[in-house]
Design a protein around this ligand. Structure first.
Ligand code: F6P
Length: 341
């Protein structure tokens, strides 16, 4: 059997660990051959490949990014895209695909499966917002990076009696903000799931200044105020229709400074959260997902995504995984709110 592997969407620490596990088990246990498709769905669409054997995956376990490259190509928006993928797979003798990605990449995988393409999905995203899996790899690393950054910002904020607003990733789901904010003792955490009241945020900030501690506000990039409270700029869209975010931290800093008279600065962690070496947790999770994904291929159990449930890796329908996003439930936010102010 010849198996194609691709990584799509935003990169995340642990992608290489999955690729390595898929290839190592596939060759050792099943005698498969592999083809690496470059840059997400662009690879099979254009027949752009690279060799993928034991040698190609040596030493990549701790490396961030993806040796295959990534893109946000949405082949469902391209006329004849599905047929081109099928033709390229046939020409290359590729019988099945392992697609490693988030909601967009796996959404395409699901549609391809409906068009009789043999595909197994592996969930990835630092946002941790994929349904049907308890955690996605990349999230733990991103939370650790953000937590370390917030720890460092505490001391400089206190020295200068400033408010610091830390903007983290999280377009629709505030998991990174919630976890990093809780781990690092944020003054307030703002997430997309809960439109915030700017008056309450300002009250928390003022309260923290009274106690002589400088406030740190952790805000997910997709967080927004209650209707009519603050004007926000809107950005361009990618091929999956997502707005390019960024800017809420700066807007909050301006608003807080104007309302409190205290200096407020914003720090955007941005792609730092996605770069570099994966945490030990993410390396193990990614490796286990890779091992189970190629086992699903070997069982011809296509149209599935491998997922973490508790401590076990299970298989779920791609449809169940991509139907709706896993957002932060109210009860989880209420646990964090205990420490606001
Ligand atoms: O999907 C993961 C993610 O990191 C989101 O948190 C963020 O909104 C988006 O990707 C940023 O995408 P890009 O790297 O294309 O700007």
């Amino acid at each position: 059997m010849r198996v194609g592997v691709l990584t799509g969407g935003g990169d995340c620490p642990g992608l290489n660990a999955v690729i390595r596990a898929v290839v190592r088990k596939g060759i050792k246990d099943y005698g498969y051959e592999f083809v690496g498709f470059r840059d997400g769905w662009r690879g099979p669409l254009e027949g752009d490949t690279m060799p993928l054997d034991i040698e190609a995956v040596r030493g990549i376990l701790p490396r961030g990014g993806t040796i295959l490259g990534s893109s946000r190509t949405n082949l469902m928006k391209i006329e004849g895209g599905v047929e081109r993928v099928k033709d390229n797979m046939a020409a290359l003798g590729v019988d099945a695909l392992v697609a490693i990605g988030g909601e967009d990449t796996l959404g395409v995988a699901r549609q391809l499966h409906e068009h009789d393409v043999n595909v197994v999905g592996v969930p990835k995203t630092i946002d941790n917002d994929l349904n049907a899996t308890d955690y996605t790899f990349g999230f733990d690393t991103a939370v650790n990076i953000a937590t370390e950054a917030i720890d460092r910002l505490h001391t400089t904020a206190e020295s200068h009696h400033r408010a610091l607003i830390v903007e983290v990733m999280g377009r629709h789901a505030g998991w990174i903000a919630l976890h990093a904010g809780m781990a690092a003792g944020a003054n307030v955490i703002l997430i997309p799931e809960r439109p915030f009241d700017i008056d309450e945020v300002v009250a928390h900030v003022e309260n923290r200044f009274k106690t002589k501690y400088a406030p740190i506000i952790v805000v997910a990039e997709g967080a927004h105020p209650k209707e009519g409270q603050m004007e926000l700029a809107s950005g361009e869209r990618d091929s999956f229709g997502h707005v390019r975010l960024g800017g809420i931290g700066q807007r909050l800093a301006e608003e807080i400074e104007a309302r409190t008279g205290k200096e407020a600065r914003s720090v955007v962690l941005g792609h730092v959260q996605r770069g570099g070496t994966p945490s030990a947790f993410d390396r193990v999770l990614a490796t286990r997902l890779g091992v189970h994904a190629i086992a699903a291929v070997n069982d011809k159990d296509f149209g599935k995504m491998v997922a973490l449930r508790g401590t076990e890796i299970v298989r779920v329908d791609l449809a169940a995984a991509t139907d709706e996003l896993k957002t932060v439930p109210l009860e989880r936010y209420e646990e964090a709110e205990v420490f606001f102010g």
